[in-house]
Design a protein around this ligand. Structure first.
Ligand SMILES: Nc1nc2c(ncn2[C@@H]2O[C@H](COP(=O)(O)OP(=O)(O)OP(=O)(O)O)[C@@H](O)[C@H]2O)c(=O)[nH]1
Ligand SMILES: [Zn+2]
Length: 296
């Protein structure tokens, strides 16, 4: 009889499946017909499988809610955007770019500040102000100056239950360090970042889901840059949740909030209800996306 479960790890052609019924871990292979159809099972996939002997076989992959390429994971509910204050420096442009990519994949982003202990009290307060703006825009923000404050870690863990969570962010932002604080037994490799380049070394390679606080959690390889290749100019305004609050009141359906008359988003921007940095980054991204189109 076919059993169901979720792939939580993939290692050179084998997939470790967590059985839905009894939480047993079963090593499986994909049936040859997947390879012929060019379907590759992903960590996070819900699968139907069959296991009689030592080794099981994946019989079917259930429809995916979403999937990421980097890291290759399917059916993700939320992403913890690990956002460094210093080394590497905070960049609202990078943060917004990450958020837009996550929103595009129908994943809920949460913002988690790290390395604020490296800031002066004044710089930290400035950054906190900015992050308050993200809270107002609709994001859950964790902004304690001590990233490993127990209360805050508990609040973060409380969001894991019954979800698949990925940790994402720039290389060197502190993803592995944060996860190691959450689960002392993980022992993920962390790296000193290269001082001269102010850019992290890539220390995280394999993708697997860990069972933490009644949920499944993945560390992911950091990146040094990301693009907006998958996003269209039509879609972009819908990836800013605070624009969505007002776009229904713009005069034109499909308003891009650039030069259109009676644009409610621009009114709210002028009123201070929408952050200037977010709007400026929006225009910047729109430009970037349009420049891709010209090239191809
Ligand atoms: N001062 C300070 N250093 C931190 C903090 N969090 C992480 N670090 C340091 O930053 C460096 C990079 O941390 P990692 O956890 O390896 O970063 P990562 O995001 O997992 O990096 P990749 O694996 O390259 O994506 C390490 O030297 C950590 O010790 C923090 O809150 N404060
Ligand atoms: Zn508008």
């Amino acid at each position: 009889m076919e059993r169901t479960g979720r792939i939580i790890k993939s290692i050179s052609g084998f997939y470790d499946v967590l059985d839905d019924e009894n939480e047993e871990l079963i090593r499986t292979r994909a049936r040859g017909n997947f390879r012929k159809r060019k379907i590759k099972p992903l960590v996070g996939d819900k699968v139907g499988f069959d296991a009689t002997g030592d080794l099981g076989y994946i019989l079917e992959i259930l429809p995916r809610e979403n999937s990421l390429v980097r890291p290759p994971i399917a059916n993700i509910d939320q992403a913890i955007v690990v956002t460094s204050s210093a080394e590497p420096n905070f960049s609202s442009n990078l943060l917004d770019k990450i958020l837009v990519n996550i929103e595009h994949n129908d994943i809920e982003p949460l913002i988690y500040l790290t390395k604020a202990d490296l800031l002066t009290a004044e710089k930290y307060n400035d950054l906190k102000q900015i992050l308050q703006g993200y809270q107002t825009a609709g994001y859950q923000v964790f902004d304690d100056q001590d990233s490993y404050n127990d209360d805050q870690l508990e609040k973060l863990e409380a969001t894991f239950a019954d979800k698949v969570t990925v940790f994402t962010g720039q290389s060197g932002a502190g993803k592995s360090t944060l996860l190691n604080h959450i689960d002392k037994e993980l022992g993920l490799a962390t790296a000193e970042i290269s001082q001269t380049l102010n850019r992290g070394k890539h220390t995280t390679r394999q993708v697997s889901l860990f069972d933490i606080a009644d949920g499944l959690v993945a560390d992911t390889p950091g990146f040094s840059s990301i693009d907006l290749m998958e996003i269209t100019p039509e879609e972009l305004p819908s990836l800013f949740p605070e624009f969505l609050k007002y776009s229904g009141q713009c005069q034109f359906r499909g308003c891009r909030h650039v030069n259109e008359p009676n644009c409610k988003v621009k009114e709210e921007l002028a009123e201070g209800q929408i952050m200037h940095s977010r709007y400026d980054n929006y225009l910047y991204f729109l430009n970037e996306i349009n420049s891709y189109k010209k090239r191809y």
